[in-house]
Design a protein around this ligand. Structure first.
Ligand SMILES: C[S@@+](CC[C@H](N)C(=O)[O-])C[C@H]1O[C@@H](n2cnc3c(N)ncnc32)[C@H](O)[C@@H]1O
Length: 215
C-alpha cells in the first residue's frame, strides 16, 4: 500500500516524514479499531481513517479524545507543545482562510467532525480530559492506541494505567509520542519508563521518537 500522510491544510503533530513513519506502524500492526488520545486539529485522525478505510472498507472504528477547548484539570499539569498555544500559521493564506474567512477553530470538535464527515458512521469524538473520561471508555475492542494527549507525568501515567488495564495480555499496541530525542518531553519519557518498568513491559523506540508498547 502506498502510504502518504496528507496534511489537509491544517496543523499536525506529525509533520514531514513523521506522518508516514506513523502510517507505517499502522500498516505493520494492521488494526481495525484505533484510539487516538490528543486529536488536535484532526489531521492524524483523518489519515488513520483514510488508512483503515482503504484496508477494511467500512469495517473499522476510530475513537478520538481531546480537550477540544474544554478546561484542563490543572493548567500546570499539561505541557502543551508550543504549536498548540494559538492558531497562528506561518502561511498567510491559511491565516486569512481559517481565522478571517471561515473563523474556524481547527481544534474544536465541530471542525474535526467536519474533517472526518466522510467517516461519520465509523468515528466517535469525545471532548474531555482523559483523567476523567478515559476510564469510561470500553477499551476491549481497541487494537491500537496513539497516546498523544496531555504530556505531563501524571496524565501519561493515568492514561497508560487505564489503557493497560483494558488491553493487557492481548497483544495490542500503544504508541506514545514525544518519548525519544527527536521530539523529547522529559515527563513523557519518565512516565513511560516508570510505567513499563513497574509492569515488566518491553519498550521499542521507533525512529528516536515514539515508544511502542505491546500489551
Ligand atoms: C500534540 S497534540 C495532538 C496532535 C495530534 N495527535 C496530531 O497528530 O496532530 C495534543 C492534544 O492533546 C490535547 N490534550 C492535552 N491534554 C489533554 C488531556 N488531559 N485530555 C485530553 N486531551 C488533552 C490537546 O488539546 C491537544 O489537542
Amino acid at each position: 500500500m502506498n502510504l502518504n500522510y496528507k496534511s489537509y491544510w491544517r496543523k499536525t503533530g506529525l509533520k514531514g516524514k513523521w506522518g508516514n513513519i506513523f502510517l507505517n506502524k499502522l500498516e505493520q500492526h494492521n488494526p481495525k479499531n484505533v484510539l487516538e488520545i490528543g486529536v488536535f486539529c484532526g489531521v492524524t485522525a483523518r489519515n488513520i481513517c483514510d488508512f483503515l478505510n482503504n484496508k477494511n472498507g467500512n469495517d473499522f472504528n476510530y475513537i478520538g479524545i481531546d480537550l477540544f477547548g474544554s478546561d484542563q484539570n490543572d493548567e500546570k499539569d499539561e505541557i502543551a507543545p508550543t504549536f498548540l498555544k494559538d492558531q497562528k500559521f506561518s502561511n498567510p493564506l491559511k491565516n486569512i482562510y481559517y481565522n478571517h474567512i471561515l473563523k474556524e477553530n481547527l481544534n474544536s470538535i465541530k471542525s474535526v467532525n467536519k474533517l472526518l464527515k466522510k467517516y461519520n458512521q465509523n468515528i466517535k469524538l469525545i471532548a474531555g480530559d482523559t483523567n476523567e473520561v478515559l476510564r469510561k471508555i470500553d477499551l476491549k475492542s481497541i487494537d491500537f492506541t496513539f497516546l498523544d494527549g496531555g504530556h505531563s507525568y501524571q496524565t501519561v501515567m493515568n492514561d497508560l494505567s487505564i489503557l493497560y488495564e483494558g488491553m493487557k495480555g492481548q497483544n495490542k499496541v500503544i504508541i506514545c509520542d514525544d518519548y525519544g530525542k527527536e521530539s523529547y518531553i522529559a515527563e513523557v519519557e519518565k512516565a513511560v519508563n516508570d510505567f513499563t518498568n513497574q509492569n515488566n513491559l518491553k519498550l521499542n523506540l521507533i525512529e528516536n521518537r515514539f515508544a511502542e508498547i505491546i500489551t
